[in-house]
Structure formats: structure tokens, C-alpha cells
Ligand binder design. Structure first.
Ligand code: PMP
Length: 363
């Protein structure tokens, strides 16, 4: 066996996968055990693939304790297509949808919803560079709204909801792309949850949608077939060819999550990793966290240095030290350490040691 050199990949997504999952993919790539074909070659109508899909769904249901009146769908087009599918399917009967504008991805969701129907911005922290989440007392909700849309973790700005906003009886729709399965999720308090897989759940190419049954009746028959939730639900995500490799790998990650101890264990490990990093950021004032302390994300840790020149040096030297992807999103600058489920604690420790050394030599 050749020795492989892997760096610590702090990218916001696609992100690190568990090594054991990558090894299993590698081991079984030429032929799935008992099938004699690669997952890359297998028919999506075969018994073998159907059972891969069913098992992935079953494991998702177990992990997140999903009630039987919710469907789990495997779709394509990324979370970005959900920005359109959500309003196309749910914003019906000339109603208004409430959107909580808490980050750049919320803004993109709002832009797409406005193409479809009436949108009310329930609250926005854009004027504060999305450095915090809107508080409950700031929400101006529309009585009888079609739904309320939120972004549970703001990948670019590094903020994350610790508790869900209270939206009464209005269906809550959440974009959980960057914190899905990093901690327990109360599915019953949501009507629809969506997330691209490529951060915490698997490779790019599959989007998980969890939708409460009663919402499916809103999907109009006049919608384009591929954009209709009811069609995908009726066909158990097999209306057309699903992204078989992505579903398979996501399934392996779900098995890994279960073996690790499930979402409570994940939450404890993720909290430990994030607090180690934030403690270092706060230690002397040399680094500055960009998000308000009470809104800090456990997934995307965003921080800055006193000059952009210093930040450039930090990013360049960290890359040389095997710490990849620490450059902040191009729209906000600074640094961002994305430390999703599969990101190892040793990698966080390596970054902390690098930060100490950088401060010692540049402080
Ligand atoms: N929402 C959030 C919160 C995200 O972080 C991202 C991707 N970074 C998206 C939506 C868009 O996802 P995709 O690229 O899968 O369309």
C-alpha cells in the first residue's frame, strides 16, 4: 500500500470526509460486495441500489429521529435549487412567505423567492454585516404566512442558531446545509428541512430534503415535474436517475455517524473543537472573532487579523504548514476555519499551535 499524505482541509465545502468512509469507497469501488459491479455502473432500478437508497434513508431516520409523517428525499441541484423549489411548491394561494435574513445564503434564498411570490423580510442583520442573528423580539412575522424560512448556520459569516426561533403554527422551513447532523435536530418543529450533502453528510451532488406530508398537497400539478416535491415523494426519489455515487457515500457517512455514537456525541465533539478554537481567538486580542459571541457557529469559525496584509501572510503560511482552505469567503475576507463532523480534533489542535506560533512571530 502506498502512503497517502492528507492535509487538514478547512474548506467550507465540499469538506473532509471520514477516512474510514473514503477507504471503504476505495475498497469497494471496482465491485460492491455481492454485486460484482461498481457503484458507478449500477442501475438505479436494480435491487442492490434500491437497498442502498432505502438503507441511507433508514439511517437518516434513525439518526435524526424523523417521525413517520415526514418524507426524506434525495434530490439534485444543490441547496441552491431549493431556494427556488421551496417557494414554487409552498408559496401558494397568493400568500406571503416570511424570510429571516441572517446571512449571504439567506439573501440568495430571498432573491429566488421574490421571483415566485410575495416575500416579507421578518428581520435582517445585513446592516451589521450579518455579525449576529436576529433576536426573537425583532421578528415581524406575517399572520397566516405560507411559511417562515431561516438559515440555521450561516456558512460565510460564522453564525449559528443554538435554539430555533418561535414561529407559532406557521410552517418552519430551514436551510441546514452547513450544520445538518452536526448536532441533534428537532424535526417536529420544522415543516421542511433541506441541506446540500457536501459539508457534514457526504460528497456534492445530492441534496437531502425532509418534508412533512401535509405540505405535499401544496405542490401544483402545473409545476415542472422535476421541481415538484410531490412527484419525488411519490417516486421515492427514483423519478429519474438519482446521483447514485453521492447517495451511496452519504449512506456510508450515516453509518459512520451512528457508529460514532449519533448526533449527541457529534454535538459534544463539535462543541469541544469549536471552543478550543474560539478560546485561542479570544486569548490575547491578536485575533478577532467576527461573529457576536452568543451567535458563534460551531461549524464555521470566522476571524480576522489587524491588517489584510497580515491575513495574507497567515493564509499563505498556514497552507505551507498543511492547513488548507483557511481563506474566508471572497465576499467577506478574513479567515474561516470550517470544522464539520469529519474534521479531526488533531487538525484543530494543529491550527491552534499554528496560530500561537504566528502570533509569537508577528504579534
Ligand atoms: N445554503 C448554505 C447555508 C450554504 O452554505 C450553501 C453552500 N455553501 C448553500 C446554501 C448553497 O449550496 P449548494 O452549493 O449546494 O447549492
Amino acid at each position: 500500500m502506498t502512503t497517502v499524505h492528507r492535509v487538514y482541509n478547512f474548506s467550507a465545502g465540499p469538506a473532509m470526509l471520514p477516512v474510514s468512509v473514503l477507504e471503504q469507497v476505495q475498497r469497494d469501488l471496482l465491485a460492491l460486495p455481492g454485486v460484482g459491479m461498481s457503484i458507478l455502473e449500477i442501475s438505479h432500478r436494480s435491487k442492490a441500489f434500491e437497498s442502498i437508497l432505502e438503507q441511507a434513508e433508514a439511517d437518516i431516520r434513525t439518526l435524526a429521529d424523523i417521525p413517520s409523517n415526514y418524507k426524506v428525499l434525495f434530490l439534485q441541484g444543490g441547496a441552491s435549487l431549493q431556494f427556488s423549489m421551496v417557494p414554487m411548491n409552498l408559496l401558494t394561494d397568493s400568500r406571503t412567505a416570511d424570510y429571516i435574513d441572517a446571512g449571504s445564503w439567506s439573501e440568495k434564498a430571498i432573491k429566488e423567492a421574490r421571483r415566485v411570490g410575495s416575500v416579507n423580510i421578518a428581520a435582517s442583520t445585513k446592516a451589521e454585516n450579518y455579525s449576529r442573528l436576529p433576536r426573537q423580539d425583532e421578528l415581524k412575522l406575517t399572520p397566516g404566512a405560507a411559511y417562515v424560512h431561516m438559515t440555521s448556520n450561516n456558512t460565510i459569516e460564522g453564525t449559528e442558531y443554538a435554539t430555533l426561533p418561535d414561529v407559532g403554527d406557521v410552517p418552519l422551513v430551514s436551510d441546514t446545509s452547513s450544520d445538518m447532523f452536526s448536532k441533534p435536530i428537532d424535526v417536529r418543529r420544522h415543516a421542511l428541512i433541506y441541506a446540500g450533502a457536501q459539508k457534514n453528510m457526504g460528497p456534492a451532488g445530492v441534496t437531502v430534503v425532509i418534508i412533512r406530508d401535509d405540505l405535499l398537497s401544496r405542490s401544483s400539478k402545473t409545476l415542472p415535474t422535476m421541481l415538484n416535491y410531490a412527484v419525488h415523494a411519490e417516486n421515492r426519489s427514483l423519478y429519474n436517475t438519482p446521483p447514485a455515487f453521492a447517495v451511496y457515500t452519504l449512506g456510508l457517512v450515516m453509518k459512520w455517524l451512528i457508529a460514532e455514537g449519533g448526533l449527541r456525541t457529534m454535538a459534544a465533539v463539535n462543541a469541544r473543537k469549536a471552543s478550543r478554537l474560539y478560546a485561542e481567538i479570544d486569548r490575547t486580542g491578536f485575533f478577532r472573532g467576527t461573529a457576536h459571541a452568543d451567535c458563534r457557529s460551531l461549524m464555521n469559525v470566522t476571524f480576522r487579523l489587524r491588517t489584510e496584509e497580515l491575513e495574507k501572510q497567515f493564509i499563505g503560511q498556514s497552507q505551507d504548514a498543511g492547513l488548507d482552505g483557511l481563506k474566508g469567503h471572497r465576499s467577506v475576507g478574513g479567515m474561516r476555519a470550517s470544522i464539520y463532523n469529519a474534521f479531526p480534533e488533531a487538525g484543530v489542535e494543529a491550527l491552534v499551535q499554528f496560530m500561537r506560533e504566528f502570533e509569537r512571530t508577528h504579534g
